[in-house]
Design a protein around this ligand. Structure first.
Ligand SMILES: [Zn+2]
Ligand SMILES: [Zn+2]
Length: 87
């Protein structure tokens, strides 16, 4: 009888610890409460596009851009100008 009460007591303590750990996990502060940590955009070069999507280094939040990342094409343009001048 005494052992049963003791066992129930131990189970209750374990349950309380488990519950408090679970509750603690829920209170983990948002690592991005003050803003996400996005890496710098990759700048486009003459022939290669830059990136249009970047991911926060602290969480899984992504950020996209719709302009300013496409290849500049200046080399192609200068090549075309050279060809045009030859003709
Ligand atoms: Zn983030
Ligand atoms: Zn160029």
């Amino acid at each position: 009888m005494k052992n049963t009460i003791k066992l129930i007591g131990i189970i209750a303590i374990i349950a309380m610890i488990a519950f408090s750990m679970f509750a603690c996990n829920n209170e983990t502060p948002d690592p991005c409460a003050n803003g996400h940590a996005f890496p710098e955009w990759t700048a486009p070069t003459c022939t290669e596009d830059g990136n249009s999507l970047r991911t926060c280094s602290r969480c899984t939040q992504t950020d996209t851009r719709t302009e300013g990342y496409t290849a500049l094409g200046c080399h192609l343009q200068s090549k075309m100008t050279q060809l045009y001048n030859l003709i």
